[in-house]
Design a protein around this ligand. Structure first.
Ligand SMILES: NC(=O)c1ccc[n+]([C@@H]2O[C@H](COP(=O)([O-])OP(=O)(O)OC[C@H]3O[C@@H](n4cnc5c(N)ncnc54)[C@H](O)[C@@H]3O)[C@@H](O)[C@H]2O)c1
Length: 367
């Protein structure tokens, strides 16, 4: 029988939990807060914890805060009532709830990641990455010397903090300082992530809190809703609607794409095992694929899986392309050596799993 979207998700959750025995073991019996858990990365960040809990002697007690600025996803609503899971509608740029419990692990992923949407909500994006981060750090600081203190804090930065690297800095190591506009259309995102990292480093130095930073490089896969407007869901939407695949560029920009099951494995490794005050690139080093190659791969998969008959066309979007880097490719030696991060799902397999997932998840709210 052909694989279904549910099969893919189960396989991925087994893979994530299999790779995180040590890390989830450290978190067992403790409380974890995920801010922004309703988003793309939240899909596996949340579900992998619940998957682990199914067989755990001591479950991880998970709370999700999200302001649902881009809607309430059906997958999350359907988890309502699951043991050891609490879902709370909360905007992280507001003061924290007075009755907030003691969390030993905190993940701050509450910030819109899709360029079209963060450009629509630039101030909210900055507030989440700066003010929201600050209140979580103050929370951790206030509990520093108390029982049940924070043992691991993960701030989601971005590969966008590197801006458009000079050619000699591609592939890009964590030590690269960036080539970023502070006033361009993407600056609300890039600069608030940069400021967020500075805040983290200084809270580590001044207050000794175990804060770690992840810099994701182009994650894709299940959970990235079809209406997100990032490149893969756009291409998948074209395929599933039987129309031509539309590229917003001339097809030349290149990226390395990291399948979300590998990426989420990496994020939990950063949270639990990362060195405080350090930032880690989380992505894959090869292959670098142009948008044209990606479109052709998705078209070929579409032909194989759903009898797709369309072609790839260009419809340049000049506004979208402002400050859009030509190449984005990480060096992940640091995460490999310090955290045993070994992404292994090759891009052809990841794209196949993604397209199967999209065939079972064709609907997505437009928000
Ligand atoms: N996915 C990637 O490839 C990628 C790349 C670089 C950085 N990141 C970072 O990783 C994190 C998660 O990314 P994602 O792809 O899941 O993003 P996403 O946009 O899919 O999800 C973000 C979630 O955060 C929530 N949110 C936004 N503002 C909030 C606020 N003020 N309070 C509470 N919740 C809020 C949104 O409702 C959404 O559910 C973000 O910080 C993002 O910047 C992701």
């Amino acid at each position: 029988m052909a694989e279904t979207a549910a099969d893919i998700v189960n396989k991925d959750l087994d893979y994530i939990c299999g790779n995180l025995k040590q890390e989830f073991g450290t978190m067992a019996g403790k409380r974890l807060l995920i801010v922004g858990g309703a988003g793309f990365l939240g899909y596996y960040l949340v579900q992998s914890i619940l998957h682990y809990n199914k067989t755990a002697v001591k479950p991880i007690r998970l709370t999700v805060y999200d302001n649902y600025i881009r809607g309430v996803p059906a997958w999350l609503s359907s988890l309502n009532g699951t043991a050891n899971l609490e879902l709370i509608k909360f905007d992280i740029s507001m003061p924290l709830p007075a009755d907030i419990p003691d969390f030993q692990f905190i993940v701050h992923a509450g910030s819109i990641a899709s360029p079209i949407y963060y450009k629509k909500y630039p101030i909210e994006t900055m507030d989440a990455n700066v003010g929201g981060l600050r209140s979580l750090l103050e929370y951790a600081k206030a509990r520093k010397d108390k029982p049940g203190k924070v043992e691991g804090f993960l701030f989601y930065s971005s590969s966008e903090i590197y801006g458009d690297p000079t050619p000699d800095m591609i592939p890009t190591p964590e030590t690269y300082r960036g080539n970023v506009s502070c006033t361009g259309p993407r600056a609300c995102y890039d600069e608030s992530k940069r400021y967020g990292e500075t805040l983290c480093v200084n809270f580590v130095q001044q207050h000794g809190i175990p804060i770690k930073v992840a810099r994701p490089f182009n994650n894709y896969g299940p959970g990235l809703k079809i209406t997100d407007t990032r490149v893969l869901p756009d291409f998948a939407r074209d395929v599933l609607n039987g129309r031509d695949i539309v590229m917003k560029s001339d097809g030349s920009p290149k990226r390395t794409f990291c399948y979300v099951a590998d990426a989420v494995t990496g994020y939990y490794k950063v949270l639990v095992r990362g060195v405080p005050g350090e930032a880690y690139n989380v992505g894959v080093e090869t292959p670098e694929i142009s948008m044209l190659e990606l479109a052709e791969k998705v078209a070929a998969l579409g032909r194989e899986l759903v009898g797709y008959k369309g072609k790839v066309v260009k419809k340049m979007d000049a506004e979208y392309l402002i400050d859009n880097p030509e190449r984005r490719c990480p060096i992940i030696k640091k995460a490999r050596e310090q955290l045993d991060f070994n992404p292994s799902i090759l891009v052809d397999e990841g794209l196949r799993r993604s397209l199967i997932w999209y065939t079972g998840n064709r609907e997505g709210s437009e928000a």
